[in-house]
Design a protein. Structure first.
Lengths: 242, 242
DNA sequence: CGAGTGGTTGATATCTTTCAACCCACGTGG
DNA sequence: CCACGTGGGTTGAAAGATATCAACCACTCG
């Protein structure tokens, strides 16, 4: 029994940047995986844990976050289906941040043993997975820069990036997508206050750039939004993305 | 002929987190490497390049930076001897940022072919290098959070982190170390203006926490500095560091 | 219908930037 | 041997972006 459906998006993503043959794809699809439904906000893995498995996002959105000493939550990244947010735990024993579900979601648990066996037997898959963690790092680098720009730029960048990543795996229809984040979530992801998120979103709506409401994003003017967000997709390293 | 001396710090770093046997160490020391002296500020590899080798910092400091559309330089990370700042170019064809020398430095160029041969033949070394890139990513994650804290906290964190990383490879004597950065460099690394760097440094001096002057850092009160910087070394994943 | 969640508004405070000087140590060439 | 230029650092005043605080509103759900 294989997980052909559950791994489809993962495979699509990996193939954007790495060459994999049929045996490689089969090996990925045959990874032993336990599907686990998680509810919105639920902790999937917590800072300080030493997990023995990694999680493939099969459906829904997840996020990684650090909780500061004063209790403030800093969202580090948003994850869409097909991504493995905690693949790094394969080599870093202790988790340095939490992994949580943003919306109700399904994750596929893959044991580190199975992953190790996969990378030991299939060097191309090993390279593809390593590469995947390197793109992850590249996105963090980009956000170090984004975090220094004004609030409107940050929002524009976040939305442009998510649209691009969804597009790359075929999850973006027309000019809008679902984004299950409250303004508080956005604030924690962008490093600003909910009040300010609210005001900037209003301005973006008024300017006809972006309509973000009731968990739905509508890209009113994607090119201008990218320009405002200083968004250059190079850092996503989606080699063969259209 | 081997590069036992040049790779000594690299090996020390890798062994903090990964188990390597004598053959592994020998293989690393025998990597073919071209030493190249670089002067302060010189570009080692530029955004957009598709390098065929990675650079080991043998002596001196390097940094990675992105140049924004308006010409502002964003320093992403500072690199000390023993680190391989652009190891990710092994799997990511196009560089998404510049690598430059901070001070006069020596880097060792190692071809990707040689690295690929090494990781294909020595799985433990492959895991150690992969892990190294994961720690790199972890540091970027931490800086996403640090970047949202007040200026004094950011400076305190930067200095505490560098001290910790230097310490882990035995490069930190007593309570001070050389840091070849001007206040403009610090500003670009911390996402603030040089003027503000100056004022905050003065305050830190006055408070007896940190004396940073003429390219020398003196940790006047390391514990209080760590507290101010909300520095928790977990994210450095230096498993066996003291 | 009341509670709760998510969103909105206004007034004020704070941190950081901006701008515009100015200082100092150092090296170099006339 | 001094004038000058330069890189790095310092200072003050004013402006700007965002945070904070404190309400208030709208919708949904049981």
């Amino acid at each position: 029994m294989t997980h052909a459906n559950d791994t489809e998006l993962l495979i699509r993503r990996l193939r954007l940047g790495s060459r994999l043959d049929q045996d490689d794809l089969r090996a990925i699809a045959q990874l032993p995986m336990t599907l686990r439904p998680v509810s919105a906000g639920q902790v999937i893995a917590a800072e300080g844990d030493c997990p023995q498995h990694s999680c493939l996002v099969v459906s829904g959105f997840c996020y990684r976050a650090k909780i500061a000493g004063d209790g403030r939550r800093h969202i580090l990244s948003i994850h869409i289906p097909g991504e493995i947010p905690d693949l790094q735990s394969l080599h870093l024993d202790v988790l340095d941040h939490d992994l949580r579900a943003l919306s109700a979601a399904t994750v596929g648990l893959v044991s580190h043993d199975a992953l190790r066996q996969l990378i030991d037997s299939r060097p191309r898959v090993a390279a593809a997975l390593w590469r995947d963690t390197l793109v992850d790092a590249s996105i963090f680098r980009e956000w170090i820069v984004v975090g220094r720009r004004p609030a409107a730029t940050r929002i524009a960048h976040l939305v442009s990036e998510l649209a691009q990543r969804l597009h790359a795996v075929g999850l973006l229809q027309d000019e809008s997508f679902e984004l299950p984040m409250t303004q508080v979530d956005l604030a924690d992801a962008l490093g600003m206050t909910p009040v300010h998120v609210n005001r900037v979103l209003q301005q973006l709506r008024k300017d006809g750039l972006l309509d973000l409401r009731r968990y739905v994003v509508r890209l009113a003017d994607a090119p201008r939004l990218k320009a405002l967000g200083e968004f250059d997709e190079l850092y996503l390293h989606q080699g063969r993305a259209m």
